[in-house]
Design a binder for this molecule. Sequence first.
Ligand code: FPP
Length: 251
Amino acid sequence: MHLKDKINLQKLPKHVAIIMDGNGRWAKQQGKHRVFGHQNGVQSVREVTEAGAELGIQYMTLYAFSTENWNRPKLEVMALMKLLVHTIRKEVKTLNKNSIRLQAVGNLKLLPKDAYKELQEAIEATKDNTRMTLVLALSYSSKWEIIEAVKKIAREAKDGSIEIEDIDETMFSAALSPDNIPDPELMIRTSGETRISNFLLWQLAYAELYFSPVFWPDFRKDNFYQAIYDYQNRERRFGKTSEQILDGESQ
Ligand code: FPP
């Protein structure tokens, strides 16, 4: 039986978040420049997006560029931005054909003008698609995002449109993700690193974490299916006991 057929389509995570890691090491292993790794990582983005949409995953968030990544050598940052503009431009048609909506999170004002423009145009061109939402985390840091949400709520409290006592998890989640995107149930990180690295710190509170030793440019559909299959065979307890979970299932 193929791995894909072992996946229970009734028990899919709604939202999968991915830290695409290991492009640089993958390239270095072959005596190539780091940028070569990023270029090859684009094929993995395509495959995983396709695999997710085919299965019926509703939301996928890809960590494409962190706030900290701005500190990389200028040449690498420029190459990554160029790759981003080029890829988005090239893939809009495919996104529309497959009814995939593009979204972005992060401090997008820091992006070069052409990258920002290309991204906004792609978001606009795909906004009515309904099969899956692909969120690119760009110039993103979770601590930054949390502080932005705190500022928004503080402003509303100051101008009297909300009461401090009304601030709760729901309000805070909505301030973080104005589009009402549900929290990821599964977070995948490639390349063998076992850190969260300032990614979706609030939203991952109850997520299952899956660490793959495979470098991102080698990550293919089957690796993705494996992660989903592994997730489906875990018991998600949310602080309850095993017995409570099993009782709940049999009711
Ligand atoms: C991490 O590998 C990867 C990145 C910082 C960039 C990811 C970008 C892509 C896959 C290409 C473009 C993506 C889109 C969505 C168009 P690393 O450089 O940190 O690798 P290392 O840990 O081995 O150094």
